[in-house]
Design a protein around this ligand. Structure first.
Ligand code: SF4
Length: 88
């Protein structure tokens, strides 16, 4: 299985930058914490691993909270325009 990533095309109306979000499937254990904290962004695939379905589906705060609460540190978040790492 490959990593999944999804870059948003536009900035949100708020101050959130366009985001590039990745889930490392070598680390994801499918406990669904990210789905609980940012359900608009993450969903389980057929193998019960998280995938990014919409990088603009939740606000930046919730996305960073989801990344920070992943038990295996499988989620990384960066600014899609500048490449600046926002998490970890
Ligand atoms: S919180 Fe981490 S380990 Fe759990 S489903 Fe999301 S990416 Fe996978």
């Amino acid at each position: 299985m490959n990593d999944t990533s999804f870059a948003s095309r536009d900035s949100s109306p708020d101050e959130s930058p366009p985001l590039h979000i990745e889930v490392d499937h070598m680390r994801c254990v499918g406990n669904a914490m990210c789905l609980e904290l940012a359900p608009g962004v993450f969903a389980h695939n057929h193998w019960r691993q998280s995938e990014v379905v919409d990088p603009e589906g939740d606000n930046l705060e919730d996305i960073l909270e989801a990344a920070g609460n992943c038990p295996t540190s499988a989620i990384s978040v960066s600014d899609a325009a500048t490449g600046k790492v926002l998490f970890p």
